[in-house]
Design a protein around this ligand. Structure first.
Ligand SMILES: N[C@@H](Cc1ccc(O)cc1)C(=O)O
Length: 500
């Protein structure tokens, strides 16, 4: 079973994709191909091989034109619009398609698989426009760019430049690939784009859940909040495992192992008291998102499938990305809730009515300069804007199914749109996290000036690390570049936050 992390490693260029050399694997792939050819010779008709596609399946293609058919398929799907996928995302697309085709039920040849590996190895990466897939019939239009590039057409990203594929192939002495009869359909008729994008969404969300936990601990300390809200026995009474994990991390960060018999502390506002209940939803959803995505990743998700052992062609709808769509639609909501949680913490931190004695807007300016300085006022406004935008994008995509392709595809998943929404939302969540992290570090240091409660070790170490990256805010300064640096570091999973 290939994991989400395996795909990420190949996408980020940390690992190579290597085809198995076992005779078993090679034979399985070869068998599918041989069976298809036999079927063609004996029966003369195979859907998508000797017929038109989709609604046009009752149109027979003459033997003379068969070789043309796969080229025709990627050509008429060359209508993608929108931004091009990043190199990493496009590498993930190749890897995900490779994993699926390696199952040996798509009727492709070993040469095709080797060509996909060649693209990854030589970093010759198709330019894939991200819009134009309804996510059932697979990601036909974006995947047509992969098929076309294998055949030496359209454009690739190579050495950081966008260039004609033919030119780059020529430089490497590579001839254009000639797709065999079913290979166009096998490449394009699947869920590789939405699944590839989901791999990134999953990794970023996993990290954001941990970062939101660390920021919450900083906020609680800065606000002089009640660390006993995260008591072990309290949480044992509500046994969601992910939620308990968040409470435990907060307990350890805040160094509050056991609560007193009858705490005299106030009950804090929900954005800190209920943080395990918000972040815990993400932690508890991660395992089932993983299950949905890894099952999809390791599946044959094209049509038709070839069972060479039994000697039959099976027609179905495995290109339907319903599981990915549902995973991404729910990830959008749980992820955007992290932004909302942190934005509310930031709202408490900057407000002298709620922050238990910290200066207004967390300004670190000297008292005689207080009227001039505005501290984190604009950063908090920004965080609210990013949060609102994230929340607005949580509208589920999967409920917007459109009947399309002359009503052949009359129910579709919209999983690719859900995955793209998820990535945009996560960018906004990262921005809110960067803003809240910056302010929470400031809050913790301002707290130490007015109280002698020591900063627990784990938070002190983390703060020291942050101070290598950005200084405290004294006089007002423009924080854009620092926030951008923080966003980049968050994307790179810079801090090692918690053990599993
Ligand atoms: N997904 C369709 C095939 C198809 C291919 C290209 C299209 O433009 C439309 C439909 C099927 O397998 O049934």
């Amino acid at each position: 079973m290939v994991s989400l992390e395996d795909v990420l490693a190949v996408a980020e260029g940390r690992r190579r994709a290597i085809l198995s050399t076992t005779p078993d694997f090679r034979q399985r792939i070869a068998k599918g191909n041989v069976f298809l050819e036999r079927l063609l010779a004996e029966d003369g008709v195979v859907y998508g091989v000797t017929t038109g596609y989709g609604d046009s399946c009752n149109r027979e293609v003459s033997a003379f034109d068969l070789e043309q058919l796969p080229r025709q398929l990627y050509t008429f799907h060359g209508c993608g619009l929108g931004e091009a996928l990043t190199v990493e995302a496009a590498r993930a697309v190749i890897m995900v398609r490779l994993v699926s085709l390696c199952r040996g039920v798509s009727g492709v040849s070993i040469e095709l698989l080797e060509r996909l590996v060649w693209l990854l190895d030589h970093d010759v990466i198709p330019v894939i426009p991200e819009e134009g897939s309804v996510g059932a019939s697979g990601d036909l239009t974006p995947l047509s760019y992969l098929a076309a590039v294998l055949c030496g057409e359209r454009e690739v990203l190579h050495d950081g430049k966008r260039r004609p594929t033919a030119e780059v192939f020529a430089e490497h002495g590579l001839t254009a690939y000639r797709l065999k009869p079913k290979e166009g359909l096998a490449l394009m008729n699947g869920t590789a784009v939405m699944t590839a994008l989901s791999v990134f969404a999953f990794a970023r969300t996993t990290y954001l859940a941990q970062l939101a936990t660390r920021i919450t601990a900083l906020s609680v300390h800065a606000l002089n909040g009640n660390p006993y809200h995260f008591d072990a026995e309290l949480f044992a009474a509500k046994p969601h495992p992910g939620q308990n994990k968040v409470a435990q991390r907060l307990r350890e960060d805040l160094h509050a192992p056991e609560s007193p018999r009858n705490s005299s502390r106030l009950q804090d506002r929900y954005s800190t008291r209920c943080a395990p209940h918000v972040i815990g939803v993400v932690e508890d959803a991660l395992p089932w998102w993983r299950q949905f995505l890894e099952n999809e990743l390791n599946s044959a998700n094209d049509n038709p499938l070839i069972d060479a052992e039994q000697g039959k062609v099976m027609h179905g709808g495995h290109f339907y990305g319903g599981h990915v769509a549902f995973a991404m639609d729910s990830l959008k909501q749980a992820g955007a809730n992290l932004a909302d949680l942190l934005d509310r913490q930031l709202a408490l931190l900057v407000d002298a009515r709620f922050n238990h004695g910290l200066p207004s807007n967390l300004s670190g300016a000297a008292p005689e300069r207080a009227s001039l300085n505005h501290g984190y006022k604009a950063v908090q406004i920004g965080a609210s804007a990013w949060t609102a935008e994230a929340l607005k994008l949580t509208m589920p995509a999967s409920v917007f199914s459109r009947s399309t392709e002359c009503h052949n595809q009359d129910k579709v998943s919209m999983g690719t749109i859900a995955a793209r929404d998820a990535l945009r939302i996560l960018t906004l969540v990262e921005q809110v996290a960067a803003a809240t992290l910056h302010a929470a570090c400031q809050g913790v240091e301002l707290r130490s000036q007015i109280s002698n409660t020591p900063l627990p070790d784990r938070l002190a170490d983390f703060l020291a690390d942050c101070r290598q990256i950005f200084p405290a805010l004294g006089e007002d300064r423009a924080l854009e570049h620092e926030l951008r640096t923080l966003c980049d570091l968050i994307r790179q999973r810079h801090w090692n936050l918690y053990d599993a």
